[in-house]
Write a protein that binds this ligand. Structure first.
Ligand code: HEM
Length: 144
């Protein structure tokens, strides 16, 4: 394992090549790729019914205040994308404490989110940037 600050790959023959497809490097454009704040609202409208339907996420979302969660997710994702928003919800640890979210539920939630992003024609590179930002949150959300 490379130490912090060292390049992860030291052998130049296995260095990644320069990207040949355009990648999104500007956070302003990331929110744009999602259709702005309005686009995030549409994604939440699309994904919440999927979470309620999916057997792995249903037990969590069916009894919850779905409209409130959707609104807070819009705020949170907008902030993640450096948009002009404020997140007014709790920390991920506080919000999910004692809920017994497991890995299966976490991955199911992300999978349904990916379906919604595809349905909304969010470019794949932009989807991946959001997923990469969400992935580290699993530590605060999953109970082991
Ligand atoms: C990266 C993954 C996740 C993100 C970004 C996320 C984000 C959020 C946010 C922003 C809230 C609102 C916070 C608040 O209530 O103040 C919330 C609440 C909630 N989340 Fe998550 N969450 C994630 C994963 C999950 C998973 C995997 C489940 C269950 C399958 C889940 C179930 C819930 C429920 C039921 C609430 C409502 C809690 C309550 O009303 O007390 N979340 N989440």
């Amino acid at each position: 394992m490379a130490a912090v600050g060292e390049p992860a790959v030291s052998d130049p023959s296995i260095q990644p090549r320069s990207p040949t497809v355009p990648v999104i490097t500007d956070d302003e454009h990331l929110l744009e790729a999602f259709g702005g704040r309005e686009g995030l609202v549409k994604i939440m409208d699309d994904v919440m019914p999927r979470w309620v339907k999916n057997p792995r996420t249903r037990p969590f979302f069916e009894p919850a205040d779905q409209e409130r969660i959707k609104a807070l997710l819009v705020e949170q994702f907008c902030v993640i994308m450096k948009g002009p928003c404020t997140y007014s919800g709790r920390t991920m640890a506080e919000a999910h404490r004692g809920m017994n979210v497991n890995e299966g539920a976490f991955f199911a939630l992300v999978e349904e989110l990916q379906k919604s992003m595809n349905a909304m024609h969010v470019p794949f590179a932009a989807q991946n940037r959001l997923i990469a930002a969400l992935a580290p949150m699993h530590r605060d959300i999953i109970d082991r």
